[in-house]
Write a protein that binds this ligand. Sequence first.
Ligand code: SAM
Length: 220
Amino acid sequence: MESGDGFLERRKRLVSNLVSAGYIRTKEVEKAMMKIPRENFVPRDLLTEAYIDTPLPIGKGQTISAPHMVAIMLEELMLEQGQKVLEIGAGSGYHAALTAELVSPGGFVYTIERIPELVGFARANIEKAGYGNCVEVIEGDGSKGYPENSPYDRIFVACGAPDLPKPLISQLAEDGVMLVPVGGRYFQDLIRARKKKGKLLTENRGGCVFVPLIGEYGYE
Ligand code: SAM
């Protein structure tokens, strides 16, 4: 087993590369990605690959997203302390933990996952990383959102949707921002939308590749 210092060195190198490449643009995102150990969110047999900038399998045909994609999404969301955030697709819990770090203190992250085994995986990882008090992992179909605690300041979908899911639009707060990979089952465009006076202003922030959003407002 590799020492903690080995991981720290690799994390520093990865984060520095993400800064040089322009994926990380703010000090806040850089600090969060330096603080949270990605090795704690990948399966044990893939520990040595935790700091390669690539998605990795986490079981059940799902992946933890590549670090550069997570960095892009954290920057595009313009997260601030105190915000209430909804994530669809908890997976390993890594992206939710980073989001919690960026909205702390005072913020909260709700993250929904449809695969029960991954709900347990994400919960355990988040707890171990110390974010159990500001992240709740919910089992269910996130394409319907989570109306119980709406409206949300920020909503992001960590899987590819055929369109902006309607329930998420209505659960977004006025002036809130939402980020959704929209397109086909294999390739999508990252769409950022801000709600202004009840209307959505959308921008295409570039191409991306995500596993599909499966559910009532996603794919079958
Ligand atoms: N954010 C994750 C992380 O940090 O590891 C990676 C997300 S992974 C690319 C996409 C996840 O979305 C998968 O775990 C998948 O099971 C989940 N998913 C797909 N459709 C869903 C739905 N309707 N509701 C909730 N989760 C869903």
